[in-house]
Design a protein around this ligand. Structure first.
Ligand code: ATP
Ligand code: MG
Ligand code: MG
Ligand code: MG
Length: 474
C-alpha cells in the first residue's frame, strides 16, 4: 500500500464516521505567535477546543503538515539517528469538539488499524498505554477491545511533577488538559528496544504510532482540575511510521516516498545509492522540511523561523559535503519532491521555482565559508582531541556561518564532545561588546536603532541564543 493510499484511507475512514475532511493548515501557524512551527494536527483547531471559534462541524479529520525542528518538540537531533523521527512529517488526525469521547476514539483507532477492510494489522503486534489513573480508558481497552493485560501499560508521572507524564497532555500551565492513550507497534525482537515504560523504551523496537489525547479537564491557576462540560478528543498518527509498517519495513526511511528521495539525494551528491547511508537520509528528510517551510513563506535569515530554516539547509549542505559533493546540489531535489508529494500538496508545484531559488541562494552563501570552516575545524581537532573548545565553536559560528548545532552534529559523528557552555560564554562576551558599542554609538548618533548599527548585531545574537536554548531543551 503506497503512502498516498494510506493517507487517503485514513481520511476516508473518518469521513465514513461523520468527520469533516479539513485541509492541512500551513507549517507557519497563522493563529499562534508563540508557536515556531505547526507541530501537531490540533494547532489549527486550538481556538475551537478553547471555545473561541465555532465550526459547522463537531468532528474533523486531517492530514497535517508538521515541523518539529525547534521549540517544544525538536526532533532535529534525532534525524539520521533513529528510525522514526523526521523534521517534517505528516500527522494524520481525528478530532472531536465536544462530540464523542474515549470510547469512540479508542474503537475508531482499533477498527482502522486492525479491520482487514482498512489496514488489517495483526492485533498481537500492537501494545497500548494509558495514563496511570485512567481506569476508564484501561477498561475500554481491556474489556471492550480485548487487549490482554500484558499489553496494556499504565504510564505515570515520570517527570517528577504531578501530571508531568508523557501520557498527560497539557496545552499550557493552565487550560485544557487530560490523559492520553498511545498505540505502539512491535517490530520484533531482532531490533533493540523495550516496551513503553521500560528502561529501553527509547529504542526502535516498539514504535509509537498513534497518540490519542482526551481533553477532559480545565486546570486553573491553583492547579485544580475541573472536569470539562464537553470533553474533546485530539489524536495524531505519523503517516511515515504507519506506512513503514504497511510496507513491511521498520524504518520510516524505507517507505516508497523516502526511497525516491534517497535515490535522488544519491544522484545529486554523486554517491552510490544505499538505503543505509545516514547522510542520504538526512538530506532526504531535510529537503522536505526546507521546501515546505519556504513554500509557506519563510526565507533563511538570522533569527526566529528563518534561522531554524537556515540551520536545516546548512545541515543538509554539510551532509552533502561529507559525501564529497562540494558543488551546489540541494535545490535540485525540489523537483523530485514535487513529483512525490505535489499531488497532495500542490504548493510544491506552484512554488517550485521560489523554493529552488531560495535554496540555491543559501547554498551559494554557505559555499563561501564551508570549506574554510571545515579546514579550521579539522585543524582544531588534530591530534585526536576528544573535545572541541567553545572558542572554536564560536569562531565557526561567527566567522564561517556554522550554526552551533551543525558543528555539534559533526562532533557527535566523531564521538567528540562539543563545549556548548564555552560557546555560550563566547556569545555572552560578544553580546557585551555589542552592547558597549551600541551605547557608545547612542551618544553620537541619533539613529542608534537604525538598521545599519551594531545594535542589530546584538539582536541577531540574542535571537540565536534563544534558538540555542530551544536546541538545548531549556
Ligand atoms: P516519539 O515519542 O516517538 O518521539 P511523540 O510522543 O513525540 O513521538 P506525539 O507528539 O504524540 O509524538 O505525535 C503524534 C504522532 O506523530 C506520534 O505517535 C508519531 O506517530 C508521530 N510522530 C511524532 N514525532 C514524529 C517525528 N519526528 N517524525 C515522524 N513522526 C512523528
Ligand atoms: Mg517525540
Ligand atoms: Mg512519545
Ligand atoms: Mg506521543
Amino acid at each position: 500500500m503506497k503512502t498516498s493510499d494510506i493517507r487517503q484511507k485514513f481520511l476516508d475512514f473518518f469521513a465514513s464516521k461523520g468527520h469533516q475532511v479539513v485541509t492541512s493548515s500551513p507549517v507557519v501557524p497563522g493563529n499562534d505567535p508563540t508557536l515556531l512551527f505547526t507541530n501537531a494536527g490540533m494547532n489549527q483547531f486550538k481556538d475551537v477546543f478553547l471555545g473561541f471559534d465555532k465550526r459547522p462541524y463537531t468532528r474533523a479529520t486531517t492530514a497535517q503538515k508538521v515541523v518539529r525542528a525547534g521549540g517544544k518538540h525538536n526532533d532535529l537531533e534525532n534525524v539520521g539517528y533513529t528510525a522514526r523521527h523526521h523534521t517534517f512529517f505528516e500527522m494524520l488526525g481525528n478530532f472531536s469538539f465536544g462530540d464523542y469521547f474515549k470510547r469512540d476514539a479508542i474503537h475508531y483507532a482499533w477498527e482502522f488499524l486492525t479491520n482487514p477492510a482498512w489496514l488489517g494489522l495483526p492485533r498481537e503486534k500492537l501494545m497500548v498505554t494509558v495514563y496511570a489513573t485512567d481506569d476508564e480508558a484501561y477498561a475500554i481497552w481491556a474489556d471492550e477491545i480485548g487487549v490482554p493485560a500484558g499489553r496494556i501499560v499504565r504510564i505515570g508521572d515520570n517527570k517528577g511533577a504531578p501530571y508531568a507524564s508523557d501520557n498527560f497532555w497539557t496545552m499550557g500551565d493552565t487550560g485544557p488538559c487530560g490523559p492520553c492513550t498511545e498505540i505502539f507497534y512491535d517490530h520484533g525482537d531482532h531490533i533493540w528496544g523495550g516496551p513503553p515504560g521500560s528502561a529501553e523504551e527509547d529504542g526502535d523496537r516498539f514504535i509509537e504510532i498513534w497518540n490519542c489525547v482526551f481533553m477532559q479537564f480545565n486546570r486553573d491557576e491553583a492547579g485544580t482540575m475541573h472536569p470539562l462540560p464537553k470533553p474533546s478528543v485530539d489524536t495524531g498518527m505519523g503517516l511515515e511510521r504507519i506506512s513503514a509498517i504497511m510496507q513491511n519495513g521498520h524504518s520510516n526511511y524505507d517507505i516508497d516516498l523516502f526511497q525516491s528521495l534517497i535515490r535522488a539525494a544519491a544522484r545529486e551528491t554523486g554517491t552510490p545509492f544505499g538505503m543505509d547511508v545516514p547522510s542520504l537520509k538526512v538530506i532526504a528528510d531535510h529537503i522536505r522540511a526546507c521546501s515546505f517551510i519556504i513554500a509557506d513563506g519563510v526565507l533563511p535569515s538570522n533569527d526566529g523561523r528563518g534561522y531554524v530554516l537556515r540551520r536545516i539547509i546548512r545541515r543538509a549542505i554539510r551532509h552533502g559535503y561529507k559525501l564529497g559533493q562540494k558543488g551546489l546540489f540541494f535545490h535540485r531535489l525540489v523537483a523530485d519532491l514535487a513529483r512525490e508529494m505535489g499531488d497532495a500538496y500542490p504548493e510544491l508545484r506552484t512554488r517550485q521555482g521560489d523554493i529552488e531559488d531560495a535554496l540555491r541562494q543559501e547554498e551559494v552563501r554557505f559555499a563561501e565559508t564551508l570549506e574554510h570552516g571545515m579546514a579550521l575545524l579539522e585543524s582544531a581537532l588534530e591530534g585526536g582531541r576528544d573535545r572541541l573548545d567553545g572558542a572554536t565553536l564560536f569562531k565557526l559560528y561567527d566567522t564561517f556561518g556554522f550554526p552551533v548545532d551543525l558543528t555539534a552534529d559533526i562532533c557527535r559523528e566523531r564521538n567528540i564532545e562539543a563545549d556548548i557552555e564555552g560557546f555560550e560564554r563566547e556569545m555572552d562576551l560578544q553580546r557585551e561588546r555589542a552592547r558597549a558599542a551600541s551605547s557608545f554609538k547612542m551618544t553620537g548618533n541619533v539613529d542608534y536603532n537604525g538598521p545599519e548599527t551594531r545594535f542589530r548585531g546584538y539582536e541577531t545574537h540574542s535571537t540565536d541564543a534563544r534558538v540555542l536554548a530551544l536546541y538545548k531543551g531549556t
